[in-house]
Ligand binder design. Structure first.
Ligand code: FAD
Length: 465
């Protein structure tokens, strides 16, 4: 798009919206951003939202695109693997990759979002307004109606193009859906589990109470607890638990005694680090987890949904933010190609991107089961051991996790198809006894490659049949 004089309206200044504003600002467009909440750099608005996030290579690629990676890295704590805690409190560190340089990071949502806002606002052609809630979007006229929380009045904003990055409950997506003016498909699937954030505070010296450089997991088959480190020496702990199934669930954990009993039984070593547990438990909200898929994301060349507004996913692959950042990278690549109108740009963008966001949505559900249960199974551990060794020895090998997390130039769909085939190959051969862990690594590498290709070929034939 050559005409930079156009007015672009972005709804929502979260992670995706603020990165998009920065990138379009760098490209010279006139950008106005409207955010519902107060400015997070001035008011603490963290309550009830995930405080830290796993940030990995797809997110890093986006930060490189806008040239701020050097400012982002000081906000990160490397997490080299999963620290698995069993019922007795024994721990094993299971690396994310056999290659040392492949790890994920814990980053503060507020810290990263604030940095992106600062960077976007440095451009004279970017203006960000807070306390302005979008009520609806008229996508035919390319206007949006807002409520100003300061004056309590409503106003209409006119733009040449509107991007909605207003998260999982998107107002623009709702306008698409309610208008019935075009064929808009929409699905929202809730997990039976919700989540609640808790914390492990630093010790008296301000140090971490447990191992800092890991994502801690207490997987208990039907529920789990995880913890990610923060720069201040604390951990943000998240409990994923069913609302109403099982002996203990969110609906029946109603007293301090119940909560302490539950943690004492299933998360004994975590409980010892959490004298503040009951307080956190009853002060912090319980929130639902869902997957949103919809299409089309755009209406002609007028409007486009991006980030969670287009594809909210459950958090178990640590990819929602990374995928939302990758949306901006992919859109930027399409812009770079110099197409002449927004409709063409949006069409190309959606056709390239949708298959990948559908894939990461499905992978994230798979990983829910993997994290709470499979990581503890002997088969899984044997598979991981082999994969670690293969990754260490053969640069061309990458496990499914690595394909998704550390291979930022491969789309999620390809990572999913190849990764699933590889998993199936290894698990099948381990079960049949055709893969022997005592054999030399090269032999096993060849066997995995041949069997994976065979499965991929079968999948291709089945798909085309
Ligand atoms: P959001 O971050 O939700 O931002 C939307 C913005 O729009 C907000 O600022 C909101 O206030 C504003 N807004 C909403 N409605 C309106 C309106 N009507 N008008 C104006 N403004 C509006 N991802 C990872 O990559 N790694 C992780 O480890 C990870 N962990 C997670 C853990 C949990 C418990 C959850 C729930 C999510 C996690 N995610 C993770 C996913 C990640 O949080 C989201 O994918 C990411 O925040 C999406 O960014 P976004 O900008 O699209 O939406």
């Amino acid at each position: 798009m050559k005409d930079k004089q156009q007015n672009i309206l972005i709804i929502g200044a979260g992670l995706c919206g603020s990165l998009l504003a920065l990138r379009l600002g760098q490209r010279g467009y006139n950008v106005t951003v409207m955010e519902m909440r107060p400015d997070m750099r001035k008011v603490d608005i963290s309550a009830g939202r995930s405080i830290n996030l796993a940030f990995s290579d797809r997110g890093i690629k986006a930060m490189n695109m806008v040239g701020i990676l050097d400012k982002v890295m000081p906000l990160c704590i490397p997490m080299n693997g999963r620290m698995l805690h069993d019922l007795e409190g024994n721990t094993i560190l299971s690396p994310y990759s056999g290659r040392e340089e492949e790890y994920i990071n814990s980053i503060s949502r507020g810290g990263l979002n604030s940095l992106l806002l600062d960077e976007a606002e440095m451009h004279d052609n970017v203006t960000i307004h807070f306390n302005k809630k979008c009520l609806s979007v008229d996508f035919e006229k390319t206007t949006a109606t807002f409520k100003d929380y300061n004056s309590q009045s409503e106003f209409v904003e006119d733009a040449d193009v509107i991007f909605a990055t207003d998260g999982a409950g998107s107002a623009m997506r709702k306008s698409y859906y309610l208008s019935k003016k075009f064929l808009f498909s929409f699905s929202q699937n809730w997990l039976s589990h919700g989540y609640k954030e808790l914390s492990i505070l630093p010790n008296e010296n301000g140090d971490f109470k447990t191992f800092k450089n890991a994502l801690h997991i207490w997987g208990r088959e039907s529920f789990m607890l995880i913890a990610l480190p923060n720069l201040d020496g604390s951990f943000t702990v998240t409990l994923f638990l069913s609302y109403d199934e099982g002996e203990y669930n969110f609906n029946n954990l109603t007293t301090k005694e119940n909560v302490l009993e539950f943690f004492g039984k299933y998360f004994k070593d975590a409980l010892e680090l959490m004298p503040n547990l009951a307080e956190d438990f009853f002060e912090n909200p319980t929130s639902p987890l869902g997957t949103v898929k919809c299409s089309p994301w755009h209406y002609k060349g007028n409007t486009l949904l991006m980030g969670d507004a287009a594809h909210a996913i459950v958090p178990f692959y640590g990819q929602g933010m990374n995928a939302s950042f990758e949306d901006v990278t992919v859109l930027d690549q399409v812009l770079e190609e110099g197409h002449k109108d927004w409709e063409t740009i949006f069409k190309i963008y959606e056709s390239r991107r949708k298959k990948d966001t559908d894939a990461i949505a499905d992978l994230a559900i798979d990983n829910f089961h993997e994290m709470k249960g499979h990581v503890n199974h002997p088969n899984f551990r044997e598979k991981r051991k082999l994969e670690m060794a293969l990754e260490k020895e053969f640069p061309e090998y990458a496990s499914k996790y690595s394909l998704v997390t550390f291979n930022e130039d491969m789309g999620y769909q390809e990572a999913m198809l190849r990764g699933r085939a590889q998993d199936k190959a290894i698990l099948n051969m381990l079960a049949e006894g055709t893969l022997n862990m005592e054999d030399d690594l090269k032999t096993n590498f060849e066997k995995v490659k041949v069997e994976t290709d065979h499965i991929l070929e079968e999948d291709r034939i089945a798909k085309n049949a």
